[in-house]
Write a protein that binds this ligand. Sequence first.
Ligand SMILES: Cc1cc2nc3c(=O)[nH]c(=O)nc-3n(C[C@H](O)[C@H](O)[C@H](O)COP(=O)(O)OP(=O)(O)OC[C@H]3O[C@@H](n4cnc5c(N)ncnc54)[C@H](O)[C@@H]3O)c2cc1C
Length: 411
Amino acid sequence: MLDPETTRHADLRSGAGPWRARTHRPPGRPLERDMGWDVAIVGGGITGAFLAEHMTALGLDTVVIDREREGFGSTAASTAMLQWEIDLPLRKLATLYGFASAAEIYRQSFSAVEGLRRLVAELALPCGFAPRRTIYLAADEAGPRELRDEMELRHRAGLPGDFVEHAALLGAFGFDREAAIVSPGSAEADPLSLCHALLALAAQRGARIIRDEAIGFGGTGRGAAVTLAGGAVVEAGHLVLATGYVMPGFVHNDLHRTASSWAIATVPQPPQALWPERALIWEASERYCYCRTTPEGRIIFGGEDEEDDDPDRREALASAKTKVLTARLQALVPAARLELDHAWSGAFGQTEDGLPLIGRVQGQPRMLAAYGYGGNGITFSFLASRMIGALLRGQEESWFRHFAIDRPLPG
Ligand SMILES: Cc1cc2nc3c(=O)[nH]c(=O)nc-3n(C[C@H](O)[C@H](O)[C@H](O)COP(=O)(O)OP(=O)(O)OC[C@H]3O[C@@H](n4cnc5c(N)ncnc54)[C@H](O)[C@@H]3O)c2cc1C
């Protein structure tokens, strides 16, 4: 059996974000049988939840295993900006993989947010989903020239959006930056409610949710098996690993690393303190920040990422990071009330090329996995559920190779 090497929720997050479980979490049920599942999903965060909904929609007999409270890993820490724009700008991705591949990847990401929107609408999932434009602000090394080049490439790739110069940006949104790219097609949601609503639906369709820790994974003659800390062995036709930011050691890619991010949420703001359309805001810089509002009018502001997932160091940095984020928020939105209701941090998986690792696990024909989503975590979680659903039905598309777990390091 392979060793999972994972960590605990308390290590994933510190402080608490603004999300409260609004949908009832589906009840966990004891394991009455340990044979005959079509799919066993390990991890009940947003990735496991999208998978569980999709697998049950495909009519597959599904079991979800989570060792703690589903949704309270990275998912509850997420600021849940559901963007199609990837951490790595198109122009940089094109340098790594060529324009045609980079454009295809961006278009898949765009379609994923659209697919997510359709799913939430069709299933009427109560999760504060709202379509939003994004404002990608010039900052540091990415000035007007770089953003103009980026916009031209995006148009060549068939993607929407406009390059906006300083005066127009200031006039339309009140942001005093040299330039920005304003794009339609993104959205926001409450990640915890979305996760729980998806799991509740999967449970209604017959999925079993088990609260136990997976401590070993292995292949069987006709499928895969997970050994649980409680002693049971769950056998399934396929096993899907969605355990969040720490990848089990046997799922490996040198592109993967873990990072921490810090966030604050203000008290609800008077409407005049908020910018038009409540667009999602993010910065084109290495030390980028990101910003959105909640339905109650809070401003959520995050960033200051570090390539470190140590919970003690994160905790030690919390107060300094909160101060920096508050100052950066004030500089961006001078009219905002700066009293904070929440300050928190969390770890997440990312990759050097900004693309997730989704697909078959090397050397394990019945195991699939989804990791390393970066800032587009939830968009890529949705994409992962669709890709894995297709792989289980034997429908492999040529673009899946861009996200393959065993893809080589670029260059
Ligand atoms: C501060 C912050 C802000 C972010 N902002 C955004 C954003 O704006 N937009 C965006 O798209 N993404 C954002 N992300 C990233 C996003 O939150 C993550 O990509 C996403 O939540 C990952 O979901 P997951 O289900 O893969 O992992 P998790 O939510 O961590 O779920 C994994 C689950 O697996 C379970 N598990 C682990 N090991 C085992 C085991 N051995 N046995 C059983 N169960 C196990 C855990 O208990 C956990 O519940 C942000 C992340 C952070 C920290």
